[in-house]
Structures are given as C-alpha cells and as structure tokens.
Design a protein around this ligand. Structure first.
Ligand SMILES: Cc1cc2nc3c(=O)[nH]c(=O)nc-3n(C[C@H](O)[C@H](O)[C@H](O)COP(=O)(O)OP(=O)(O)OC[C@H]3O[C@@H](n4cnc5c(N)ncnc54)[C@H](O)[C@@H]3O)c2cc1C
Length: 465
C-alpha cells in the first residue's frame, strides 16, 4: 500500500475497513486545498493507478463553517476555483458540493474503493475525519501534508516552548525536506457522472450562501489561490527576502512573505515554501534560517499546541503559573477600559493600537510585531484576563484571513503566557510579558507604520466603491 515518495509517517489508516470494489478513489479535500505538493492527492493518485481507477476529488462547502464570514469564503472559493481547473487539466475531476464536509465525503464516497483525506489540526476537523472513518464502509486513509515534519514524529506531548521543540524538529529536517514529484495519472476521472456546484462565478455562489457579510473581502490586496500565493512568494524572494532579518520586526516595512493566509487554507505547501527558501543563494543563509525558524519551528509548535491541548481555545489552556499570576492581579485598577465594540471600531486613546486594528479590518492582515502589541493591550484594557482572552481570539478570527488557524489559537495564547516565560511582576499583567508604546517608538518607525496603514485603508476604501 505504500506509494513512492511519501513517508510512512505521513500515512495513517483511520479505520480497519478493507478496500471496496468501487468506481474510483475518492480524495476528500478539506485542509490541503491545492493541486500541487499535496501528499494526500498524490497518495490517492498512486492508489488509483494500482487499482486501474481514476481519482475523484470532492470538497464539501458549508455555510456555517465555524467563525467564517464573507472575507474568508471569498478567499477560499477563489482558491478552489483555480484548484478545480488545474486538476481538470491533469485528468482529475473535482467537484464542490454544498453540505457539511463529512456528509459530503460520505455521500460521494459511497461508490469509492478507498477514501483518502488530508489532515486537519483543529478539533472540529479531527471530529469530521472520525465521522467519515466510522461511516464510510471502506478504508479511509489520512495523509499529513500541511506540516514539514509530521506532528507525532516530532513529539508525543505539548511542548513548552520553541526552545524545546526546535531540536526535535531539526533532527528530522534532512529526512523531510525532500522534493516531491507528482505521479503520472493512468486513468482520467473526467468522464465520471457526478456533479457539484458551478464555480465559474464566485459571486453567484456567495450570493446563494448565508454568510456574515459585515467583513468585506480583500481580493484587491490578497486574492485567494495557489497561483497568487506563488506570485507573492516569488516577489518576496526576489525583492524583500534580503531584508527579512533586519525588517521582520519593523512593521512600517512590508518585508514579510504574506504566506500565512495561503498556508491557512492549504493553498500552498509549507514543504514547497521551505524548499524554495533553501534554493536561494548562500549569501542569504541568515534569512533562510530566520524564515525556516518561523515557517517550520514556530508554525509547527502551534500545530503541536492545538494537537496536544484539548482546550486550546479556552482560557484554561494557559499554563498554571500564568493563570495564577493573572488571577492575583485581577482586581488591579485599569487606567483604560474598552468594550469589544470600541476595540473593533479602533476607538482607543492609542493611535498605534488603532492603526493596527485598522490594518486588520481593512486588509485582513497585521504585521507580526503589531499582533503582539495589539494582543497585549487588549489584556491591559479589559475588565478581566478571561474576557481579554475571549475578545482577542474573537477579533483575531473575525478579521484575519489567516484567522481560525492553529497559529491563531497559539498566537493569542502566547499573549497570555503560553510558550513564554515568567517576567518581572507588574500591575494587571503579573508575570506575563508586557509591551509598551514607548517600546514601539524606540524599536521601530511607528509613525511610518501609522502612515502605511492610512495608505492601505485609503486603497481598500477605493476598492470598495
Ligand atoms: C496575537 C497574535 C495573533 C496571531 N494570529 C495569527 C493567526 O490568526 N494566523 C496566523 O497564521 N498567524 C498568527 N500569528 C502569527 C504571526 O503573526 C503570523 O503567522 C505572521 O504575521 C504571518 O505573516 P507572514 O506570512 O507574512 O509571516 P512571515 O514572517 O513571512 O513568516 C512565514 C511563515 O512563518 C509562520 N510564522 C511567522 N511568524 C510566526 C509566529 N509568530 N508564530 C507561528 N508561525 C509564524 C507563518 O506560517 C508565516 O506565514 C499571530 C501572532 C500573534 C502574536
């Protein structure tokens, strides 16, 4: 059953069923929404070739995906439209069907010999795969393709911090940073008589869905889809990678890759990105190391966190020392207090924070350095740390294109002490790391950042009229 090029450790049988005499191999696409560098897709192709069958790809489109709104759906559908076309050119039929993803997989899989799925890291994604494995009546195999090193290979527990997971990841990198070629298809599936919704006009698809329209799409800045991801990344490597080390904490610049949203929707593979980075010239060694630290160590630490922390989205996920310290300062006087609405409307006394909030709302993105400051201030300005946690996560997931990701839960939890150490005791924060506006003024051109956001906001306003 083991195909070429795919490590055993990426392959996991989700049930004990046998292969069935079906009409095709079904790849139920959910997390890895791409046609390239997709181990689950290639595994399905290799299995189908062995059985003399074609691969059918199905995607289940639900209206009420947890916390998703018009901005997220637009980006996702732009990507799915492209992926369907690219797969079609390779002789692989892809259909998108309305319905709960697990139900769509089960219904379409009734005539499948085998169901292959990709790996989702969040709670609901894991539950959906269990449901499909239980109900399929044929073998269901999960292939992990959205991390460089599979989670269980790295560690069997929640890691304390980057410093503890780093050596565990690094010792496997040579094994996993290997190129991965598509398998030639032996039998096309384009003739299969199954159909899904028409993706030619995304606006028509969106209009028929019941979505929260209050968060507007940002396609003028970030169009969804693997091709667009590839273009932005190539531009980053050609123009801005050289500045990555110096500027990755300088929010007034744009010397970052913008890959997180494409990674979130599985529109680009982290393995592909890492291999591209390693192909850059030797003089970029420092930038290579810095980028791979973020893309692999930090991102896969976040995957480790959500995988091994059952309550990753609740205040109780915080380390005991952090909860204790915050509890001791719960009654401390707050000089400023803001409601969620005031925060979302960027109506605080702090122009730097307001600019960060405006960047998030108008672009679906915020520079990492400002995300840290943004979260720390919500903790400082909320009535209780529990409320701050809830508010930060809710706003994060509402506006960011890369929200609702393992990185979202981990990033927000970091604000409250996860993967960090205890610092000097201070009001409200206790031993949690603090950030001050004066720090921004000292360490970066914060006025330049405010000007950058002003311009981005004008651009977004122009795009929406
Ligand atoms: C409060 C807070 C909230 C955050 N919310 C999210 C979120 O909702 N979604 C999200 O994807 N990231 C989140 N992050 C992490 C980080 O800010 C973003 O991943 C990063 O800014 C994305 O921009 P980029 O792709 O240009 O990054 P680059 O600097 O180009 O980095 C390349 C890739 O490395 C990974 N990466 C970079 N920084 C981090 C980091 N600090 N932790 C983990 N992985 C990292 C990302 O996958 C990123 O695409 C959050 C961080 C904080 C402090």
């Amino acid at each position: 059953m083991k195909p070429q090029d795919i490590h055993d450790s990426r392959i996991q049988s989700l049930n004990d069923e046998d292969l069935r005499r079906g009409d095709f191999v079904l790849y139920w696409m959910q997390q890895s929404q791409r046609a390239e560098y997709n181990h689950a897709l290639e595994f399905a192709v290799q299995q189908a070739n062995q059985m003399g069958q074609g691969v059918l790809v199905v995607f289940g489109l639900m209206d009420d995906y947890p916390e998703a709104n018009l901005r997220h759906y637009t980006f996702m559908l732009e990507g799915l439209q492209e992926t369907k076309t690219v797969l079609g050119k390779r002789g692989i039929k892809m259909i998108v069907k309305k319905g709960h993803p697990a139900d769509v997989a089960l219904a379409t899989g009734q005539k499948a010999s085998l169901i292959v799925c990709d790996c989702g890291y969040l709670r609901h994604q894991r539950q959906w795969r269990k449901k499909v494995a239980r109900g399929a009546g044929c073998r269901v195999v999960q292939i992990e393709s959205d991390v460089v090193v599979p989670l269980q290979v790295v560690s069997e527990k929640a890691e304390y911090a980057a410093r503890t997971i780093r050596p565990k990841i690094h010792k496997h990198l040579n094994d996993y940073l290997v190129d991965f070629k598509p398998t030639k298809i032996k039998k096309s599936s384009l003739q299969l008589r199954v159909s899904g919704i028409n993706l030619n006009n995304i606006d028509t698809v969106l209009a028929k869905m019941s979505l929260d329209p209050s968060v507007v799409p940002v396609s003028h800045l970030f169009k969804g889809g693997p091709a667009q991801a590839g273009r932005i990344f190539a531009d980053f490597l050609g123009q801005r990678f050289i500045n990555y080390v110096a500027n990755r904490n300088q929010p007034q610049t744009d010397d970052v890759s913008h890959m997180s949203k494409y990674l979130h929707f599985g529109q680009i593979s982290p393995l592909y990105l890492a291999l591209q980075i390693l192909k850059t010239e030797k003089r970029f060694k420092e930038a290579q190391d810095a980028y791979l630290e973020e893309l692999i160590v930090r991102r896969e630490l976040a995957m480790n966190f959500v995988h091994y922390t059952p309550d990753y989205d609740a205040y109780t996920c915080l380390p005991t020392w952090a909860q204790k310290s915050l509890a001791e300062h719960k009654k401390d006087q707050r000089e400023y207090r803001y409601t969620r609405r005031q925060l979302e409307n960027a109506k605080t006394h702090d122009d730097y924070w307001n600019a960060a909030m405006r960047e998030m709302k108008s672009t679906g993105f915020m520079h990492n350095y400002m995300r840290m400051y943004w979260g720390k201030k919500i903790l400082e300005w909320s009535q209780t740390p529990e409320q701050a946690f809830k508010t930060t996560l809710a706003i994060n997931n509402k506006y960011f294109l890369d929200g609702r990701d393992a990185n979202s839960y981990t990033g927000v939890a970091w604000v409250f002490g996860v993967h960090d150490r205890a610092w000097f005791e201070r009001p409200i924060f206790g031993k949690i790391r603090y950030m001050a506006a004066s720090g921004l003024e000292r360490k970066c051109d914060i006025q330049g950042y405010v000007r950058k956001v002003d311009a981005l906001e004008r651009q977004s306003r122009g795009a929406s009229v």
